[in-house]
Write a protein that binds this ligand. Structure first.
Ligand SMILES: Cc1cc2nc3c(=O)[nH]c(=O)nc-3n(C[C@H](O)[C@H](O)[C@H](O)COP(=O)(O)OP(=O)(O)OC[C@H]3O[C@@H](n4cnc5c(N)ncnc54)[C@H](O)[C@@H]3O)c2cc1C
Length: 292
């Protein structure tokens, strides 16, 4: 079956991309790597009249790191480049791991981290880690530019806070505080090749073995990647023992509201959230204590 027809525009500047989006209105879609978008068009789930590609915009693929300002990942930076980036591997190893655990080598060499977030799949592999690390999204649109916490960005399956004509130009990730550790664990039917049935990302900050701060995010078990605030509260100010980690993991699982679908049943997901949360918290603790 032939692919539905659309106009293809590849502007050289962000303002031109915004203008093309505004002119095209609701029938227009932004494209980064196209690994999600073109599959949906081919499967006739979407029928855009116009596609605005970001690939020709100079500098939008930049990955920059500074110890004061943190990490910035441009909208067209590839998953593969994020996974392999030297500073990311050194200062944000879990961001690199999450990018590396997304899809297969072909998709990672076409698809982007920002596209993974803008796709707003509840199972997006890069969302839990970036949310746990307090990432923000830089947005440019017809009324100018603004920044938004990634927590606020996801509104539902396939729905973001972006308004008509807006694009994400980059995401920023602050440098993790001293004494912190991060981890991401996911599970899917075909290893890392397909979308996750469950993903758990966390960042903990310890003083000695006492938990001073924690963010715990579960993917694919609610309409958006969700922060399990009740479970987090159980850890704050306490010694991070194995027993407390296990109890916290059970609490995190109870907070989620998974569905049964092609990837896993709801009861299985509940169990796996607890298992992956134990592993993620234990690993993050290890990193925070300098043992990983
Ligand atoms: C075989 C296969 C396996 C996959 N496995 C996984 C997996 O294991 N884990 C996983 O999380 N995902 C997986 N995916 C989904 C997909 O590949 C990723 O989500 C990828 O990161 C999307 O990036 P992209 O640049 O190709 O996005 P695109 O397809 O270009 O865009 C995706 C969506 O985001 C919008 N968008 C993109 N960039 C912007 C922007 N800068 N501003 C505003 N809107 C924007 C587009 O309009 C579109 O709606 C898989 C896909 C395939 C085909």
């Amino acid at each position: 079956m032939p692919v539905p027809q659309f106009d293809y525009i590849a502007p050289k500047r962000v303002d031109e991309a915004v203008a093309a989006l505004v002119e095209g209105g609701k029938e227009t879609r932004v494209m980064a790597g196209g690994t999600d978008l073109l599959v949906k068009i081919r499967h006739r789930m979407l029928f855009p009249k116009r596609i605005v590609s970001l690939k020709q915009i100079e500098g939008l693929d930049a990955i920059t790191f500074d110890k004061n300002t943190g990490l910035t990942i441009g909208a067209t930076a590839l998953l593969a480049d994020v996974a392999a980036h030297r500073s990311i591997r050194r200062y944000y190893p879990t961001v690199a791991d999450a990018a590396q655990s997304t899809a297969n080598v072909q998709v990672r060499n076409m698809g982007t981290v920002v596209g993974n977030l803008c796709n707003a799949s509840p199972s997006a592999d890069n969302a839990p880690t970036l949310m746990a690390m307090g990432a923000t999204v830089n947005i440019t649109g017809p009324t100018g530019s603004h920044r938004m916490a990634l927590d606020q960005f996801f509104q539902g399956p396939g729905i973001t806070a972006l308004k008509t004509g807006e694009i994400v130009t980059s995401i920023c990730v602050p440098l993790p505080p001293a004494g912190s550790g991060t981890a991401y664990y996911s599970l899917s039917q075909r290893g890392k090749l397909d979308c996750s049935a469950v993903g758990v990302g966390t960042m903990v900050t310890l003083k000695g073995n006492r938990c001073m701060d924690v963010r715990l995010i579960v993917g694919a078990c609610a309409p958006v990647p969700m922060r399990t605030l009740g479970a987090e509260k159980m850890l704050i100010g306490k010694k991070m023992t194995d027993t407390l980690i296990r109890k916290t993991a059970q609490a995190a699982s109870k907070e989620t509201s998974p569905i049964t679908d092609v990837r896993a049943s709801a009861p299985y997901r509940w169990k796996i959230v607890a298992v992956l949360t134990i592993r993620a918290l234990a690993d993050a603790r290890k990193m925070a204590l300098g043992k990983r």
